[in-house]
Design a protein around this ligand. Structure first.
Ligand code: GLP
Length: 265
């Protein structure tokens, strides 16, 4: 696992956007016919990355024409037009501002009448592209990756998830601070779906994520902290800021600063 520690949220976002851009460009330059398959999250953590990627597109440095996207999760029961649906979030923050093709955007349908079928088809569609090249993610304060709350199997696949009261309280800030307005369930890729990706890049920012970062990096692999499954991944990167490092041991913190000193993308 790599842990890339940046001074603050802005620098973390810029680092992650540079990383993603470099991967897309390298893929296109390699002459491979298949598109680059990118997994994407919602939440406040990736907003800075989306801004940076939009800037690169606007500057003519980067195109998403050859990119297929799969989002991590979606609330069950929220229509696309709801301003807190993840469909809405993704279009508002990213898709509407770049040249990604509408037919290449994949987001679980939170209004489906057949949630199990929807999730099965999502997995099949990912497989039809040969899997995900790079899955970007964020984590919740309890370490949930996508909507895989504590004690979700570390080999889980895309499916229906019950949200914990804690997560609904945390997410109520987007629903007028009214927890009752936060859906109780979501559709989400599984931990196994994320760790099947060739590379995983998780953004962890702010003091409130410090325990989760420590559990991800230093704790044992445990379904209590579903993000800890990343320890078993062959190419996982955590991009974080100083504020999120507060619960790391000094040794771990110094180790990653030292090993990442020579910037490598
Ligand atoms: C939600 C999403 C997660 C996201 C998490 C953290 O629960 N389902 O995918 O990682 O929020 O959000 P934030 O980045 O706003 O802290």
């Amino acid at each position: 696992m790599r842990v890339v520690i940046q001074d603050n949220y802005e620098k973390m976002s810029k680092w992650a956007a540079d990383y993603i851009a470099a991967k897309i460009k390298a893929h296109n330059a390699s002459g491979v016919k298949r598109p680059f398959v990118l997994g994407l999250p919602t939440g406040s953590s990736p907003i800075g990355v989306y801004k940076e990627l939009v800037k690169k597109y606007e500057a003519g440095e980067l195109s998403f024409k050859n990119v297929v996207t799969f989002n991590m999760d979606e609330y069950l029961g929220l229509p696309r037009e709801h301003d807190q649906s993840y469909w809405y979030f993704m279009h508002d923050n990213f898709f509407d501002h770049v040249d990604v093709l509408a037919e290449n955007i994949n987001i679980l349908n939170g209004m489906t009448n057949d949630p199990e079928g929807e999730c099965r088809r999502y997995e099949e569609k990912i497989a039809s592209y040969g899997g995900i090249d790079l899955f970007m993610g964020g984590i919740g304060v309890d370490g949930h990756l996508a909507f895989n709350e504590p004690y979700t199997s570390l080999s889980s696949r895309t499916g229906v998830r019950d949200l914990t009261t804690d997560t609904r309280i945390v997410n109520s800030r987007f629903f007028g601070n009214d927890m009752e307005k936060v859906p109780r369930q979501a559709l989400s890729v599984g931990i196994g779906t994320v760790t099947d990706a060739k590379e995983v890049l998780v953004l962890i920012s702010g003091h409130n994520k410090a325990r989760a970062l420590a559990a991800t990096v230093e704790g044992g692999v445990s379904q209590k902290w579903t993000c800890s499954a990343l320890q078993l991944h062959n190419a996982a990167i955590i991009a974080c800021d100083e504020a999120a490092c507060g619960e790391l041991t000094v040794d771990t913190y110094k180790y990653f600063l030292d090993i990442e000193k020579k910037e490598r993308i």
